[in-house]
Design a protein around this ligand. Structure first.
Ligand SMILES: [Zn+2]
Length: 444
């Protein structure tokens, strides 16, 4: 008989279309797949191993639709003050990414990957840049991802800002990664073609990115109109707005992720809707960079699948979801707004996006879905019903620790202890590297 793992004796929130709440419930896993969900007593007879949730909340692993693992070394860095978004790029991110060597790339991935596991995030879509260590960079991140044990879609951000050789190196790295993903069969790795933003790619490079995405039957992962500067650049150089330019290149579609979309007009919204392009909202980053806030309700009303990401600000999706709720309350000056859109983004659209990328049902606890399951140290203290699970999550579970994380049937953290990564060792080794990385940053 195949080995089966029961995560039981908890309150199960299945999420998904049925949205069940199962008191004293459990999830039965065989290999990397959920084989049943139901009352613990019924499932226990079929389990060869068991994790006792102790009455806590059992729910699907969370999904981050836009991350930057490489942002790790920015923590505490002494950068020059920036007076606008372009200066944030020039004075912080474009100096930091140039300071990274290949081992920095690896270590900068391990830290947020450990944080993903500790906050129950079992799938991420990452966007990477390291202009002085391009070749092999996605492979090193892939190594870290495989050690951690979560699912990851990776891409290298192609850009002309480091010259045409740099752009070509980014394209080559993208192709290498997509080849590796094509050879993988375990549903853990995925690739997109990264583009920094329309404002840093000329026509030739943008065309090459779209061609590469089509060659591999994948999409672009590109920052779009995060700040008005992206639109001003596009109008000045090409006489059209950013999304019209991407559309004219054939770069939109259901496999393309347009990140941010803060400064877009009605024509651009119509093009996103017509092509089924995915938009990713990152509220904490938008607030931190003071660039504004995407019109998420307007995008959702047009049928655009808007997802939720963190832009590297955090790996904790329940924290990001609360930021999504609060920024909408603040922008709309309406306490009744934001809740439904946040639920749609994180629990419906992120699940659909991850399922499409990794070729199996994710973000839900049901028979046949990928076995990505977390236990949150939240014992519901008010009645938990199918009608209020999202309130329970945003105002109850979000304040608590994730204690157990399982991805593809593998236990990555048990009772608060990481099983695949040694956080103390990783932090110690990263601390040994970071002074040299900061010295290179300051010298640029
Ligand atoms: Zn980003």
């Amino acid at each position: 008989m195949a080995e089966t793992l029961l995560i039981g004796n908890g309150t199960v929130f299945t999420l998904g279309a049925t949205g069940q709440v199962i008191p004293d419930g459990g999830v039965l896993i065989e290999g990397d797949c959920i084989v049943d969900v139901g009352p613990t007593a019924a499932l226990a007879k079929r389990a060869s191993k068991q994790i006792d949730a102790g009455g806590r909340l059992i729910m699907p692993g969370l999904i981050c639709a836009h991350h930057h693992l490489y942002s790790t070394f920015a923590c505490g860095i002494a950068g020059e003050p920036a007076s606008n978004f372009v200066e944030v790029l020039e004075k912080l991110w474009w100096k930091l990414d140039r300071a990274l060597d290949l081992e920095d790339v690896y270590y900068s991935a391990l830290i947020p990957l450990a944080r993903c596991i500790r906050s129950g995030t079992t799938t991420i879509l990452d966007h990477h840049a390291s202009p002085n260590a391009i070749a092999g960079s996605l492979g090193r991140i892939g190594d870290a991802v495989s050690e951690a044990g979560i699912r990851a879609s990776l891409c290298y951000e192609v850009t002309d800002r480091n010259g045409m050789d740099g752009a070509q190196a980014g394209l080559d790295e993208s192709a290498d990664w997509l080849d590796r993903c094509g050879a993988a069969t375990d549903g853990m790795l995925h690739g997109l073609v990264g583009v920094h933003a329309a404002m840093t790619v000329g026509e030739e490079t943008l065309a090459a990115c779209v061609a590469l995405a089509k060659q591999y039957d994948t999409g672009l992962h590109i920052h779009v109109a995060e700040d008005q500067a992206d639109q001003d650049d596009s109008l000045q150089k090409y006489g059209k707005r950013v999304i019209a330019r991407l559309d004219d290149h054939g770069g939109l579609g259901p496999k393309t992720l347009a990140i941010h979309c803060v400064h877009i007009d009605d024509d651009e919204i119509a093009r996103l809707a017509k092509t089924g392009t995915v938009v990713v909202h990152n509220p904490q980053s938008n607030m931190n960079n003071a660039v504004g806030c995407a019109n998420v309700p307007g995008l959702l009303a047009k049928g655009i699948p808007v997802c939720l990401g963190t832009d590297g600000m955090t790996s904790n999706m329940l924290e990001e979801a609360r930021a999504s709720l609060f920024i909408r309350h603040h922008v709309a000056t309406d306490p009744a707004s934001g809740f439904g859109e946040t639920v749609t983004m994180l629990f419906e659209n992120n699940a659909a996006l991850a399922s499409a990328c990794f070729g199996r049902k994710l973000g839900v606890l049901e028979q046949g879905a990928g076995a990505d399951v977390i236990v949150v140290d939240h014992i519901p203290f008010t009645p938990a019903t199918p009608d209020n699970v999202y309130g329970q999550l945003l105002f109850g579970a979000a304040a608590e620790r994730v204690v157990t994380t399982v991805c593809a049937g593998k236990v990555l953290m048990r009772d608060g202890k990481l099983e695949t990564l040694d956080m103390a060792r990783i932090a110690r080794e990263t601390a040994q590297r970071s002074p040299q990385t900061w010295d290179r940053f300051q010298a640029l």
